[in-house]
Write a protein that binds this ligand. Structure first.
Ligand SMILES: *[C@@H]1O[C@H](CO)[C@@H](O)[C@H](O)[C@H]1NC(C)=O
Ligand SMILES: *[C@@H]1O[C@H](CO)[C@@H](O)[C@H](O)[C@H]1NC(C)=O
Ligand SMILES: *[C@@H]1O[C@H](CO)[C@@H](O)[C@H](O)[C@H]1NC(C)=O
Length: 379
């Protein structure tokens, strides 16, 4: 039989419960401390605030529409996340897919051709065709690649003694030099979100001179250097700085040669790829960096550390998978028109827009097709 009095057992229970509570709160405190240490001392980033664009009375954002939903889907199911698109003189369309292929589509054909296999990799981004008809591709692992009949040649893998880690987009200038962006010298392709959270200028614009077989730094300290385009008169380049919501103009010829100025800023999304249109204007694909309601993340260091440590949370916060935006910008840096898919119902994460024969060809990191939009049939 139990000899203890009910009062004694009551006090034993109270004491046990007290100890239990203390143990629990110590455990919780310990966990919090561990998480805090993990988040702040072992965080892979040292963040700066990222300033989001704001519409102003002099530069209001254009109203959102759903015109991008009018695309027809080319190569659906056959093109894995085609990030960029280019067209050669014969009108053949090329794209680099995230399974290591360069695929192409001949005029008036509906079937895409598996043209060249680079290797089993998801690291191919920007693509361009030179005046001589050679295909150039950015590989975030290997650098700048030339893809020809005889196979693949690495044109540039190092600059100033450092390995090129995140080649992003490329264009040929009139003198045959290849200008290409490096999104980040600190973080690689799969850690792009750390570069966004850190919001520091780790990007570069590089130049590969084929006559000297030499690569040099043209502009250093860009905030995620992304798309690169050449003006119709070949006098200047435009390079996009995604985390700054702006594009820079870099003069190659004329009285301002070598100078860099702002081409357009305060864009309503982070600019990704840029391409010149036949009329001399530019098409820029914009990324929605933040879902609405999560803007604070970009100014809160604590949130940035937490997200850098627990990246699974990030998909809720960024808006790339929810929206697509493309803007047409005149040579004077004014937005002419915009095409959107506000909820990404047909296309989201649109990363490039190329105009060819009155159609816009759209690449995306969240689609298995290329969108084709008839420009004459829509506003
Ligand atoms: C493609 O089709 C268009 C119209 O259907 C035609 O005008 C053009 O000549 C064709 N091009 C080729 C290369 O077959
Ligand atoms: C090139 O490398 C040298 C030595 O490593 C360094 O001092 C210099 O700052 C680098 N230049 C640029 C533009 O990064
Ligand atoms: C270009 O230079 C790289 C090293 O910087 C070298 O490996 C490569 O063979 C050179 N290419 C040509 C065509 O000379």
């Amino acid at each position: 039989m139990d000899s203890s009095s009910p009062a004694a057992s009551e006090s034993a229970r109270a004491s046990f419960s007290r100890h239990w509570k203390t143990a629990c709160s110590s455990f919780v405190l310990g966990c919090l401390l561990a998480i805090t240490l993990q988040v702040f001392f072992f965080s892979p980033i040292s963040p700066d605030p990222l300033e989001l664009p704001r519409p102003s009375s002099s530069a209001p954002f254009l109203p959102t529409n759903s015109l991008l939903q009018k695309v027809t889907k080319l190569g659906e199911g056959f093109l894995k996340n085609p990030e960029d698109v280019c067209v050669d003189k014969e009108g053949i369309l090329y794209t680099a897919t995230r399974d290591g292929w360069i695929k192409r589509l001949h005029r008036n054909e509906s079937k895409w051709e598996d043209w060249r296999f680079i290797e089993d990799t998801d690291t191919l981004l920007g693509i361009t065709v030179t005046a001589a008809g050679t295909l150039i591709v950015c590989d975030t692992e290997k650098g700048l690649l030339e893809v020809g009949e005889d196979g693949v040649t690495v044109l540039a893998s190092h600059v100033n003694g450092t390995k090129i880690r995140f080649a992003d987009d490329v264009i040929e200038a009139s003198d045959g030099n290849l200008y290409f962006s490096v999104a980040s010298t600190k973080f690689g392709l799969h850690d792009w979100y750390l570069d966004m959270l850190e919001a520091k200028p780790h990007g570069q614009l590089l130049k590969y001179d084929p006559s000297l077989n030499m690569t040099s730094i043209v502009i250093d300290g860009l905030c995620f250097a992304n798309g690169v385009a050449l003006s119709t008169d070949k006098d200047f380049l435009v390079v996009c700085e995604t985390w700054k919501f702006r594009c820079l103009k870099h003069w190659l010829n004329g009285e301002h040669k070598g100078k860099t100025e702002i081409f357009i800023d305060n864009l309503p999304g982070g600019p990704d790829n840029i391409n010149v249109a036949p009329d001399g204007s530019f098409w820029i694909a914009l990324l929605e960096l933040t879902s609405s309601g999560f803007e604070f993340v970009h100014t809160s260091k604590a949130s940035k550390h937490v997200l850098a440590t627990f990246p699974k949370l990030l998909k809720r916060i960024t808006g790339m998978h929810k929206k697509a935006m493309v803007v047409n910008v005149a040579t004077n840096g004014k937005i002419i028109r915009n095409f959107d898919d506000p909820k990404g119902e047909v296309m989201s994460f649109v990363t490039s827009a190329v105009e060819f024969e009155d159609h816009l060809y759209l690449g995306s990191l969240n689609s298995n097709f290329i969108g084709k939009l008839p420009l004459n049939a829509i506003a």
